[in-house]
Write a protein that binds this ligand. Structure first.
Ligand code: ZN
Length: 466
């Protein structure tokens, strides 16, 4: 019987076959400039801690912005929700197979499932809080408290764990994946976040801009197209000034230059009417021209705000430049949804009150205003072959190649990466073997890694069906 440590990771205690997992040991922010540290390690196979719990073997597990922030030593990145005890296993985007169950109602061994990484009061053994009672488990008031079921419940998928060969989840977090390929299923969490972001806009009007180019942006475009077929969608890939764009480009070898036309084609296939790049001034000018909007110059400011501007902006970048651009693009009384993981931003807020804009934050999902579960829509859409999600997973790596995988995800567009995933061996857990620790620094700037990432690319945007 393995021992469960207070930090929620099981440790080897003989007897059971271990599983492999990428373990984050130390808080990268406390390590200063040292490379973030994950290790591929053998840990004891987690045991479903109470009735209703199951052990899931991930077949694909995604790398997302939250994971990258967790591994980063960059102190300007925002805190990622409730504090997590270390060591921990990152990864909250999982499609997998039920490996073992403890008194579940419908989940059975061998079943393929998507996982909704929300564990509210009921699942973690607390009396139901007000937010969980309202169906908003992602905003649970008890989420920073250790579960009363025991650390096994906290080491489960609600706090990560997907970068492994086995992770715990409660049956309430599982959704049958029948009719959904692994390649589409691993996008479940990103799609849920995108649907939620779109529904944070209480629609008034029909002209929308989406800022960004990554997985969330692409799924926001597809979700907008599906939920509001008549809206006009402009995508603004970047809100950087020309100077910054130039600096970034000089860093990259020529063969790694962003293939802008293929990115634009992919975004248009998902439902964008047009895809623009440029400085904030250029993007404001083009929008004014498109809408017949008037540029209003505010005293002491170089950039205009648009009168009769856009009805909504969904900002998937969450940088100071993107939020500032978004607010200037909007007509009075319009809405900006901040779906990117914004941290501390220095911004001029005068347009917010003087033009009575609404800022809506979007960081999770659970139940939408109409009362339906976000993941019910995720399941329906991913089952529908006409929903364009097939080209988003661009790179797959085994857990051993974590260093390259993480560097590829961090490099993103520069190496043609959209969604980067880990793939686990398809066989059930292997026999117990000797524990071998490997410790490799993660370096997301090293050219050899980018080359390897390019070589390992499994699909390019322009080859996909999106
Ligand atoms: Zn709660």
């Amino acid at each position: 019987m393995p021992t469960v440590t207070p930090d929620g990771l099981t440790v080897l205690d003989g007897g059971d076959a271990p599983i492999r997992a990428l373990v984050l040991d130390a808080d990268p922010a406390r390590r200063g400039d040292a490379p973030p540290l994950v290790q591929l390690r053998d840990i004891a196979r987690p045991i479903p801690p109470a009735p209703g719990w199951a052990l899931i073997r991930p077949t694909l597990a995604g790398i997302n912005a939250r994971d990258l922030a967790l591994l980063s030593s960059d102190r300007t990145l925002p805190p990622m929700g409730a504090p997590r005890p270390l060591p921990m296993v990152p990864g909250s985007e999982v499609v997998g197979v039920v490996e073992e169950v403890n008194g579940t109602r419908w989940a059975r061994e061998g079943q393929r499932v998507l996982v909704e990484p929300n564990a509210g009061c009921m699942i973690r053994g607390f009396p139901t809080c007000a937010r969980c009672a309202a169906g908003e488990a992602e905003l649970c008031e008890n989420r920073d408290r250790p579960s009363v079921i025991g650390p096994g419940a906290d080491g489960g998928l609600a706090s990560g764990g997907g970068w492994s060969e086995g992770v715990l989840a409660h049956e309430e977090m599982l959704i049958p994946a029948d009719g959904i390929s692994d390649q589409r299923g691993v996008l479940g969490v990103s799609l849920a976040a995108a649907i939620h972001a779109v529904l944070r806009w209480n629609r008034r009007g029909d002209r929308v801009a989406v800022i960004g180019s990554g997985t969330t942006t692409r799924l926001v475009i597809a979700a907008l197209r599906r939920l509001h077929p008549d809206v006009d969608i402009t995508v603004m890939v970047d809100a950087r000034g020309p100077q910054r764009t130039g600096r970034r480009r000089r860093k990259l070898p020529a063969h790694l230059a962003v293939d802008e036309s293929s990115v634009a084609r992919a975004l248009e296939c998902l439902g964008a009417a047009r895809v623009w790049r440029g400085s904030p001034a250029q993007l404001l000018d083009r929008t004014a021209e498109l809408l017949g909007a008037r540029r209003m110059i505010v005293a002491g400011d170089d950039l205009p705000v648009l009168d009769r501007g856009l009805d909504a902006v969904i900002d998937c970048r969450g940088t100071a430049a993107s939020v500032a651009l978004g607010m200037r693009l909007l007509r009075s009384g319009a809405t900006i949804v901040v779906a990117g993981r914004a941290g501390r931003l220095e911004l001029d807020w005068s347009a917010l009150w003087s033009r009575e804009l609404t800022i809506a934050g979007s960081g999770g999902f659970g139940r939408e205003p109409a009362g339906w579960r976000t993941f019910a829509a995720v399941r329906e859409w991913l089952t529908d072959a006409s929903f364009p999600a097939d080209s988003l997973v661009t790179h797959r790596y085994q857990l051993d190649a974590f260093s390259t995988a993480i560097a590829t995800a961090a490099a993103g567009e520069a190496v043609g990466a959209v969604k980067v995933v880990f793939e686990a061996p398809s066989a059930p857990f292997r026999q117990r073997r000797l524990a071998v620790d490997t410790e490799l620094p993660v370096d997301d700037t090293a050219a050899p890694m980018l080359l390897a990432a390019t070589a390992a690319r499994v699909r390019r945007d322009d080859e996909g069906g999106g």
